[in-house]
Design a protein around this ligand. Sequence first.
Ligand code: GAR
Length: 205
Amino acid sequence: MSDDKIKIAVFVSGGGTNLQALIDKQKSGVITSGEISLVISNNPEAYALERAKKAGIKYAVVPRKECGTQKEFEDKLNDLIAENDIDLIVLAGFMCILSESFTAKYLKRIINIHPSLIPSFCGKGYYGLNVHKAALEYGVKITGATVHFVNEIPDGGEIIMQKAVAVEEGDTPEVLQKRVMVNAEWIILPQAVEKVSREIKELKK
Ligand code: GAR
């Protein structure tokens, strides 16, 4: 690992297609200022772990269910972050809520991808397919994805990038989810990771 790149940890919970986009865009040279040096999953069954394994990236599992308290869970995350000298945390389909003390510790050092145009369809209860169900129920004609900094308010931190995607006649939540991933998430997440990594790298000089 080259010394001038900042170190990135990607937090995942499920399929890990956003993690895959980051791995691919690191290979293709979209992400050059940072390097994914750790993947952490709260879910031992997450397919994202297979993706990390295949890419030769170090990974760890911190099962939320086995941690009695939120503090115990976050202490383990903190230890891994410190041990691996992580500069930037990317939440890529990470389905656990992080406490205010955790987010405050890494101010402007945690970013998240959310599958809607914030401030629509975001906050508590809006995750994964639920977001697209809500967008279709409301009847919006435009949705999209947002990358934002993470603070104590769920999906409430400063917006870094957004990309709009059209809702089409007859869309199901699954079809819409896939279109938002392909046309927005997998594009703006790697771009935002590079942007923030470059900024952190500059600050470290
Ligand atoms: C993605 O659509 C991501 O935006 C969303 O979960 C999916 C994870 O897919 N995240 C949230 O809803 C967070 N609030 P992936 O595991 O294939 O990247």
